[in-house]
Design a protein around this ligand. Structure first.
Ligand code: SAH
Length: 352
């Protein structure tokens, strides 16, 4: 095993059976070449167009707090980063974001933040039900980390439809190299199963090229995605942040991220696959390339302009160009130039 032809056979088999063994995943990831990637992307595009056409779903991302009780070694808003200028949005601020987002054409609002205790279950449910009653035709997505089953249940009752919680890495030993001891891969996964049980449309995922990551780790991540069968998978390159313990670590690559996007499209044909902000940060046309590798979602930034640069998960995060929600027109023009178009819709997953 290992020549391009052998690896093409693996890709063909993945396309037909939608699964590979752990060993095959690592061989494929380790042995990838530009030619093989092109072979993969062609298939990924066909599958994506079969299920979602050339439409790209948009989500309005509202980064409503950068306070966080966690201390993840990679993340710029970790508790120990004393240089981060902290902010919280009020319910009124958040509703104003939704208001302008709705006018721009967003039908999904993603509330993302650090794990901030100020937003108790009561406060969160107030915010969720206000959005739900003001824009009943919109989907509400939460991305606020690990909470209890009971909290997740209350958020769902208040009107939350979806939840994004990347598993970050399947492997417990690798997970512990990225997080302080009080966090665990097992708990993160438990949260994902809880969310599924509660009927959420669930998104998970991981960083590509996170420190110490091996092809075997990625193989485990693929197997976990297969098992969880989420509605959405968010992956993006790890990018160092100067104020974290991983400041000096190398960033993940565009090339590996695109290859994994293609593999995920073949494994889970109907899944929602965002072309992430991190991808757009490491290359000027990163998000277009993500779409051409099989992605079908973009998440422009709907946060109030004055807080955008404070929600800095990694260095140089783009936030004022075409990824800003106000620039939908130019984002659409960019997507049209590669043969796709943004669409105004809730954009529910076909992977159910
Ligand atoms: N606190 C929430 C969501 C906020 S962070 C949670 O725990 O889910 C959203 C995602 O950004 C994380 O899941 C992580 O995968 C990604 N991220 C954080 N730091 C990053 C970095 N330095 N480079 C790339 N992605 C990063």
């Amino acid at each position: 095993m290992g020549t391009d032809t052998d690896l093409k056979v693996l890709i063909d088999r993945l396309e037909q059976t939608r699964t590979l063994s752990r060993e095959e995943w690592s061989i494929l990831i380790r042995g990838r070449t530009p030619e093989l990637a092109e072979y993969l992307f062609q298939k990924a595009r066909v599958i994506r167009i079969r299920h979602y056409g050339r439409d790209i779903f948009i989500r309005g991302l509202i980064e409503f707090t950068n306070y966080c009780r966690n201390d993840c070694y990679y993340c710029g808003i970790r508790r120990s980063n004393g240089c981060a200028a902290r902010y919280r949005l009020t319910e009124k601020d958040i509703l104003a974001c939704c208001e302008s987002g709705y006018r721009l054409g967003f039908r999904t609002f993603v509330l993302q933040g650090g794990e901030d205790g100020w937003y108790t279950d009561d406060r969160m449910t107030d915010i969720i039900s206000s959005i739900h009653s003001a824009w009943p035709d919109c989907a509400i997505t939460l991305s606020i980390g690990e909470r209890s089953f009971e909290s997740y249940r209350r958020f769902a009752l208040a009107g939350a439809d979806r939840y994004l919680l990347r598993h970050e890495t399947f492997d417990e030993a690798h997970y512990r190299k990225l997080h302080p001891p009080r966090m665990s891969a097992a708990h993160r996964k438990q949260c994902l199963w809880d969310l599924k049980r509660l009927g959420y449309q669930v998104g998970t995922g991981f960083m590509v090229g996170s420190p110490y990551q091996t092809p075997e780790n990625l193989a485990d991540d693929m197997l976990f995605l297969k098992e969880l069968n989420p509605q959405m998978v968010g992956i993006g390159p790890f990018i160092p942040h100067h104020g974290t313990p991983f400041a000096g670590k190398p960033a993940g690559t565009l090339e590996l991220t695109l290859f994994l996007l293609g593999l995920i499209r073949l494994m889970l044909p109907r899944v929602l696959l965002p072309s992430t902000t991190a991808l757009g940060t490491i290359a000027p046309d990163g998000r277009e390339q993500g779409i051409l590798a099989g992605a079908n979602v973009v998440m422009p930034n709907l946060s109030p302009p004055q807080v955008r640069e404070k929600y800095l998960l990694y260095d140089n995060k783009i936030c004022t160009g075409d990824e800003a929600a106000e620039s939908l027109k130019s984002l659409n023009a960019r997507m049209k130039s590669i043969g796709y178009r943004l669409t105004i819709a809730r954009g529910d997953s076909l992977n159910i």
